[in-house]
Design a protein around this ligand. Structure first.
Ligand code: GAR
Length: 190
């Protein structure tokens, strides 16, 4: 059974979907740790509800990214984490974690990458007036949403699509696709 650490910065609806899938028997994994870089984020409350251990680390309290990630790494090693799952973690992963978890960090992004990387991918898609956007799950490398793609799902946009309506559609897909894809990954990558 894979021991995963979820990294999140915000509301944590994807964190919730993963926990629900584990509890419902669709995903064989254990969420052994939540790493949150935004003290006060709602995802911390969600983790508390399930007694999932959390660390809340504010990068501004560290002299460098190296020291920030070394602190996280200490916790990941202590809990023998196998896999890192980014779920709305709005920060680039540095070499400290990339080297230790090579090929074992995945991310979900609300667009059809390589279109609309970075922040506010949903807003970018609305502004560009595309007819189709979607969701991508990919391995993480040092770039911004650039690693090898594992899974993508298209979502058609209506003519009157807004950021809010698209976000709702995207979340709906993400909450099914992320647990499903993780389960497939964990059974193939022994
Ligand atoms: C998700 O839609 C995820 O795809 C996106 O943040 C949202 C987090 O929502 N991630 C990125 O934009 C990463 N570049 P959540 O906190 O409700 O899971």
């Amino acid at each position: 059974m894979k021991k995963i650490a979820i990294f999140a910065s915000g509301s944590g609806s994807n964190f919730q979907a993963i926990v629900d899938a584990i509890q419902g028997g669709q995903l064989a994994a254990e969420v052994s740790l939540l790493v949150c870089d935004r003290p006060g984020a709602f995802v911390l409350e969600r983790a508390e509800r399930y007694s999932i251990p959390t660390i809340s680390v504010a990068p501004k309290n560290y002299p460098s990214k190296l020291e920030y990630e070394l602190d996280i790494l200490k916790e990941l090693r202590a809990r023998e984490i196998d896999f890192i799952v980014l779920a709305g973690y709005m920060r680039l992963i540095g070499t400290t974690l990339l080297n230790e978890f090579e090929g074992r960090i995945v991310n979900i992004h609300p667009s059809l990458l390589p279109a609309f990387p970075g922040k506010d991918a949903i807003g970018q898609a609305i502004t560009a007036k595309v007819q189709v956007s979607g969701v991508t799950i990919h391995f993480v490398d040092e770039g911004m949403d650039t690693g090898p793609i594992i899974e993508q799902r298209e979502i058609p946009l209506t003519e009157d699509e807004t950021k809010e309506t698209l976000q709702k559609k995207i979340h709906h897909i993400e909450h099914q696709l992320y647990p499903e894809t993780l389960q497939r990954l964990f059974t193939t990558l022994k």
